[in-house]
Design a protein around this ligand. Structure first.
Ligand code: SF4
Length: 342
């Protein structure tokens, strides 16, 4: 038996056949459910789907609805662009397809919010066409079944997967097959702990044979963020107060109070003497690593003790002397807080 017929036999016995969008499995209900199921678990979607269908039982009521009413029923489901596209799509179906979802892959893909996999799912589930889908569940099953290396988001891997998905698609019972492969991914071939002992296609599965099921699908390669370096100066006056300045409102630590920063190649004592007057002594302390989403900042703290009480800078806007022992209520940048308060 090939993969499809093995899977269909399993589906007949174990597949999910009582999901609300399966009874009846109309194109409209399949479409709404497919959009709701993007990035969202079945259990979460069910009550939203039921409320939505009760309020908008067909494409005409949805097309005529106020967008606020649509968004209201979507509240809590997230990814609100989906709801806005759904509404626009309903209007397009009424305007250009006489209120009927087209049963053609290309026509479906041309509608707002319907991507290649959703279009294929509608064609297959609602119109029983042999159009393979490639959602997260299917990608997981196929990468394991064929031990496919590489992150499925990579164009070459994705296109290989589309081809394999289409090759497995049977000529008959297309709709059941699509539901079956989604069910296998959702119930047995799960991400962290696949239940291979109950899997109908275990004997065909290369990942199982290798004993490396969870190696597939490969994760998105982590981008290595650049590392930047700077010196952060803890400039103290003779009152043991520390010089802070307020950062610009935009950019990192926007509007927070921070320490002066200079490039690593600059001499901190020179900088302090030129800017604030004679320096009594200086001392470097341990590096601090601060990770931003787009780069890592390696901070070399340098403590500098000035000779004087030094009140000059108090007149300047955006600078102040800060007393760590009796701290003013200020928003401090994270490494500054760490440096001054541990
Ligand atoms: Fe997934 Fe395991 Fe079945 Fe392979 S044997 S398809 S890893 S559940």
């Amino acid at each position: 038996m090939n993969f499809a017929s093995t899977l269909l036999d399993w589906y007949d016995e174990h597949g999910r056949k009582h999901l609300p969008w399966q009874n009846p499995r109309s194109p409209y209900r399949v479409w709404i459910s497919e959009i709701m199921l993007q990035q969202t678990q079945v259990d979460t979607v069910i009550p939203y789907f039921q409320r939505f269908i009760e309020r908008f039982p067909d494409v005409h009521t949805l097309a005529q609805a106020d967008i606020d009413a649509v968004l209201h029923l979507w509240t809590g489901l997230g990814y609100y662009a989906r709801a806005r596209n759904l509404h626009r799509c309903a209007q397009a179906i009424v305007d250009t397809h006489a209120g009927e979802l087209p049963n053609d892959l290309e026509a479906l893909k041309a509608l707002p919010g319907i991507g290649p996999s959703t279009a294929a799912a509608i064609c297959s589930l609602a119109f029983n066409k042999a159009t393979a889908i490639l959602d997260g569940n299917v990608k997981r099953v196929l990468t394991r079944l064929h031990a496919i290396e590489g992150w499925p988001g990579k164009p070459a891997v994705e296109s290989a997967l589309w081809q394999i998905a289409q090759e497995h698609m049977p000529k008959q019972r297309c709709s059941d097959y699509t539901q079956a492969i989604m069910d296998l991914g959702a119930t047995l071939c799960t991400r962290a702990k696949p239940t291979c002992m109950h899997c109908p296609t275990q004997s065909m599965c290369k990942a199982f044979a290798q004993g490396e099921q969870t190696r597939y699908p490969e994760k998105k390669p982590k981008k290595t963020n650049p590392v930047k370096h700077c010196q952060m100066l803890v400039i103290r006056n003779t009152n043991d107060e520390v010089l802070l300045y307020q950062r610009p409102q935009t950019g990192i630590w926007g509007g927070l109070w921070s320490l002066p920063e200079i490039p690593v190649e600059d001499d901190p004592v020179d900088y302090a003497e030129t800017t604030f007057g004679p320096v009594h002594k200086s001392n470097t302390t341990e590096h601090i690593k601060h990770v931003f989403s787009h780069y890592t900042l390696m901070i070399q703290p340098v403590e500098i003790w000035l000779h004087d009480k030094h009140t000059k800078i108090m007149e300047n806007t955006g600078q102040l002397w800060y007393n760590p022992h009796f701290p003013q209520e200020l928003g401090l940048a994270a490494p500054v807080k760490k440096l001054l308060h541990g």
